[in-house]
Design a binder for this molecule. Structure first.
Ligand code: 3PY
Ligand code: MG
Length: 256
């Protein structure tokens, strides 16, 4: 159960995380032990199916995982939550109708219409009654604002019951605004501020992803409470590239 994580999320405590995209028990165990509050488990831009997600969630042990789904489908929502994720991050949510449908699929009655079955999340049925009683409070449901349409509809999306908060996707947002990858473009910055204001006005947390720690630290300092900085593959790439360059910079002795 992830009640404490969800309480902290809804209280807008700062929660730092990073993206894990590799279906590797070792990678998830290493990152889970490295001091983050939560893990952003990637199933949108990485080829992770449900069996991979199960391995990754088991490897994360007590570190809460939010699974970023590939789409809005209720089947994906149900299966990710049934695997024991602390919550879901749903990409490209651009309208109040989409947000409402996601909340319905993720919440048990009377708040929604999530189905109930024997699964990892309820201890394979050993803790079924307790799970159903507590799951709505102990499940985080975040929608991504990463399209200009979501920015325009931010206030109505923010007011949907059952949606805990928003996670801004600056890269897709920049693409939808005709400036792909330019996440520091002033128009993209203004759009991010609009979304932040809409969710802050109703007391809901705002999340942000970045690859530049300086940028992410600025976001934390300005009230983005849920952050994911960097991606496992980029961390690996940066360490490997730096090591190779460092070794290559050492002059060998002249040939004898
Ligand atoms: C984006 O920047 O588009 C993202 O989805 C980051 O999480
Ligand atoms: Mg995105």
């Amino acid at each position: 159960m992830h009640a404490e994580f969800c309480r902290r999320l809804r209280r807008r405590d700062p929660l730092i995380g990073t993206i894990v995209s590799l279906d590797s028990i070792a990678v998830v165990e290493i990152i889970a032990a490295s001091g983050f509050d939560w893990l952003f488990v990637e199933a949108e831009h990485a080829p992770n199916g449900l069996a991979a997600l199960e391995r990754m969630l088991v490897a994360a042990r007590d570190t809460p995982c939010l699974v970023r789904l590939p789409n809005h489908e209720p089947t994906w929502i149900k299966r990710a939550l049934d695997l024991g994720a602390a919550g879901i991050i749903v990409p490209q949510v651009n309208s109040v109708g989409e947000a409402h449908a996601i909340a319905q699929a993720a919440r048990f009655t009377p708040a929604g219409e999530r189905g109930l079955g024997v699964c990892r999340a309820n201890g394979y049925g050993y803790a079924s009654a307790e799970y159903v009683a507590n799951a709505n409070a102990a499940t985080a449901v975040l929608v991504q604002a990463e399209h200009i349409d979501a920015v325009e509809n931010a206030s109505s999306i923010a007011s949907v019951d059952g949606i805990d908060g928003v996670f801004i996707g600056p890269y897709d947002l920049s693409a939808s605004m005709g400036v792909p990858g330019e996440i520091t473009h002033p128009d993209v910055g203004a759009a991010i501020d609009t979304v932040r204001a809409a969710f802050t006005a109703v007391g809901k947390p705002v999340g942000y992803f970045g690859t530049d720690p300086a940028d992410v630290k600025t976001r934390i300092a300005t009230g983005f409470s849920l952050v994911a900085c960097d991606v496992d593959v980029l961390l690996l790439r940066a360490a490997a590239t730096a090591l190779a360059a460092d070794l290559r910079a050492t002059e060998p002795p002249p040939p004898v």
